[in-house]
Design a protein around this ligand. Structure first.
Ligand code: SF4
Length: 304
């Protein structure tokens, strides 16, 4: 699964920051998948149940509408996801956003994380099925040096079922032939250069920094934070965020999400799988998102 779905790799302290802002009176807007992801003590769903304002949005532009509609309130966009969603977040910031809008960025940048996963001890990765949505923005040319350096095949796969099957088939052919290479199996959306306008906007607003990916490790240059020029819209600059301290749910110590994302464990090796940890009561992030391996494993019956 590595480097994971964006929901799964959003780190607990990032969730804690969003919860703290919601509990301090801001309207926190975020994508639906983040709503029930557990922080150290609470999720945004828990904060909402206790009276905080948490709004689920389907696009970054909805956050602008929300801020326009509530000029007397601070609206914080808890912005998560890879390049696919980072570019739209950047687009709202270059578009003269309302003053009461700010961004709490938990955006992640995929390429450095792929390198870390490839280098993790105890992993034996034969090939990478690269995500077509992120590659639509970055372009597949980005993976050329990765393939050269790690000598593994990378196939960019698309999002419809047949696209995924095509990507898997091509990847298996590379593995069967014991050869490395780069292939774009999603050409109707992905080009070598990517979406250059989106990339330009993204790099105008964001820069990379080191950051912890939940369950994996700290990864150099893999978190996206706002450039100094956009500091006035940075929630971390605008607010004195003080996440509540306290003990994490002891069950989280048994969560194997990191191993599962690294490909070194299957979900049913986790003692909590399907028992204490279920989609309606998730212990780890891999059980929350529809892209999370544990949730998929439970719904579809795991490895045949
Ligand atoms: Fe974590 Fe739950 Fe998956 Fe276990 S079943 S690894 S606790 S998300």
């Amino acid at each position: 699964m590595g480097p994971g779905c964006p929901v799964c790799v959003t780190n607990m302290p990032e969730v804690d920051e969003a919860v703290a802002l919601a509990e301090d009176g801001a309207i926190v807007a975020t994508y639906g998948d983040m709503y029930r992801v557990p922080g150290t003590n609470r999720s945004l769903a828990d904060a909402s149940a206790a009276g905080a304002d948490v709004e689920i949005v389907y696009s970054a532009s909805e956050v602008v509408d929300l801020a326009d509609a509530t000029p007397d309130r601070e609206v914080v966009f808890f912005a998560t996801g890879f390049e696919t969603t980072a570019a739209p977040t950047a687009a709202i910031l270059v578009g003269d956003p309302p003053e009461n809008l700010s961004v709490l960025s938990a955006h992640k940048y995929v390429p450095p994380a792929m390198a870390v996963v490839a280098e993790l001890p105890d992993t034996d990765i034969d090939g990478f099925l690269a995500a077509g949505h992120a590659a639509t923005i970055t372009g597949y040319g980005l993976f050329e040096t990765f393939v050269e350096e790690y000598e593994v095949p990378v196939v960019v796969g698309g999002f419809e079922p047949l696209d995924v099957l095509l990507g898997v088939e091509r990847l298996l052919e590379y593995v069967r032939d014991d050869t490395a290479g780069l292939e774009n199996a999603y050409p109707r959306c992905v080009s070598r250069e990517g979406n250059t306008a989106a990339l330009e906007t993204m790099w105008e607003v964001f820069e990379t920094t080191a950051g912890e990916w939940r369950g994996i490790t700290e990864i150099p240059d893999a978190n996206l934070v706002l450039h100094e020029a956009y500091a006035e819209y940075d929630a971390r600059d605008r607010f004195d965020i003080e996440p509540a301290t306290g003990n994490a749910d002891p069950l989280t110590e048994q969560c194997l999400c990191g191993d599962i994302m690294a490909g070194t464990a299957d979900p049913d090796e986790c003692a909590l799988f399907g028992e204490e940890c279920t989609p309606s009561n998730p212990v780890g992030a891999c059980m929350v998102s529809s892209e999370g391996t544990c949730k998929i494993w439970l719904e579809y019956g795991g490895r045949p």
